[in-house]
Design a protein around this ligand. Structure first.
Ligand SMILES: [Mg+2]
Length: 397
């Protein structure tokens, strides 16, 4: 829970605020004067400071001025508490960099809403600033990874990258109906690097934008060349990053790559995770609806591990549900997993969605999925992800 520092010389007021905040589960620290308050702010670095304006020795202005000069405390949200409601006091406090101002006596809800507002704004701000902070504190290995990633993109123009394709198989017919594209990076210095390692770094540095665009472009080109080779009705799935998905020109790029390669929009399926959608549900739904209305398919990836937003699911413009490998592993022998997998398949079918099981590794797992009418599957039981040329051979064998 957020940590709040209360600097207030009147004991009754201080105790009252402490009780109130503790009842709301905030972590609290209290100071009876400005000097102790400054000391605690610097040593404890709270998430928010409530400070009385009128105090002997160092008053509220003095506390604020001192804390704004310290790097570690300069941005902590600061709310003045005051008995005065004079406009000049309010102005002076705000001019010195206070974030808000509450006049005593205040109600519980006034205090809480001021606190929540500030904490929310601060959290948003921190999220924007954190990528830079993260890079500064990167380990030597991560620094090397970052330098190599930069070079692989800007200098070597993606030559070290390759897209692998894992077949997606229709369970009833045994035919390959699709493929999930998976990015691999073969770095001369670092060896094979998986997306789980470099995607977070790409996201924090913004490199995810050129990477995502490159993947989409390459995949569309690949679908075209497979069509020319006689592979029809193969849907290729592309994993998206939330940053890429939220780019203003994202839809435009998708449409462009489809049209220059003469593809059908439903040759392409875009995979989103629950957490990506939940970050901003309304804007995500708007983008998804637009894509779907153009004919592009949308899948929810790794389903079941995130927010498990079953209620939202019915409002989402999606075509496919991909059940996370966690629920598939040992599903035939684990009664809890089998109950969940069964329910997910049934629910998806009620919503007219296709269901793909991820990470299928054994005949027993496949047997379970077949019995419960899961539409398709991918996993080592059928094939690992393959380079494009091998995928093509595999398709025709
Ligand atoms: Mg995926």
């Amino acid at each position: 829970m957020p940590k709040i520092l209360i600097i207030e010389d009147e004991e009754a007021v201080r105790e009252n605020i402490l009780d109130l905040l503790e009842a709301e589960d905030f972590e609290t620290i209290a100071a009876a004067n400005g000097r102790i308050g400054i000391h605690l702010a610097i040593s404890e670095v709270p998430d928010l400071i409530l400070c009385d304006m009128m105090m002997p020795e160092i008053d509220g202005y003095g506390v604020l001025t001192t804390l704004r000069q310290e790097a570690s405390t300069a941005t902590i949200p600061f709310i003045f508490l005051t008995a005065k409601s004079a406009k000049s006091d309010f102005r002076q406090g705000m001019d010195m960099g206070a974030d808000d101002y509450i006049t005593k006596p205040f109600t519980r809800s006034e205090l809480l809403s001021a606190i929540m507002n500030r904490l929310e704004k601060y959290a948003t701000l921190k999220r924007y600033l954190s990528p830079q902070t993260v890079i500064k504190s990167l380990s030597p290995k991560m620094q090397l990874l970052e330098i190599s990633l930069h070079r692989a993109i800007k200098q070597y123009n993606f030559q070290e990258f390759e897209i692998y394709y894992q077949p997606i198989v229709d369970i009833a017919s045994g035919k390959i109906v699709g493929a999930e594209s998976l990015l691999r990076w073969q770095s001369p210095e670092l060896g094979m690097i998986y997306p789980t390692e470099f995607i977070p770094l790409a996201e924090s540095t913004g490199l995810i934008i050129p990477i995502g665009k490159w993947v989409l472009k390459r995949v569309c080109k690949q679908i075209k060349s497979w069509r020319n080779a006689g592979i029809n009705s193969l849907m290729v799935a592309v994993n998206l990053s939330v940053i890429e998905f939220n780019q203003p020109d994202f839809i435009h790029n998708v449409v462009n790559f489809i049209s220059v390669n003469n593809l059908e929009p439903d040759d392409l399926e875009l995979e989103l995770t629950e957490s990506m959608i939940m970050q901003d549900v309304n804007s995500a739904i708007a983008t998804m609806s637009k894509l779907q209305s153009l004919g592009v398919k949308i899948a929810i990836d790794d389903f079941g591990t995130g927010y498990s937003s079953l209620i939202y699911l019915k409002n989402l413009p999606i075509n496919t549900l991909k059940i996370d490998r966690y629920f598939i592993h040992n599903v035939a022998n684990d009664s809890q997993k089998s109950a969940i997998a069964k329910a997910l398949i049934q629910m998806a079918h009620n919503l007219n969605l296709d269901v793909v099981a991820e990470g299928v590794e054994t005949e027993a797992e496949l047997g379970f999925l077949r019995q419960h009418k899961c539409n398709s599957m991918q996993g080592f039981l059928f094939s690992r992800p393959l380079p494009a040329a091998e995928f093509e051979k595999f398709f025709f064998h």
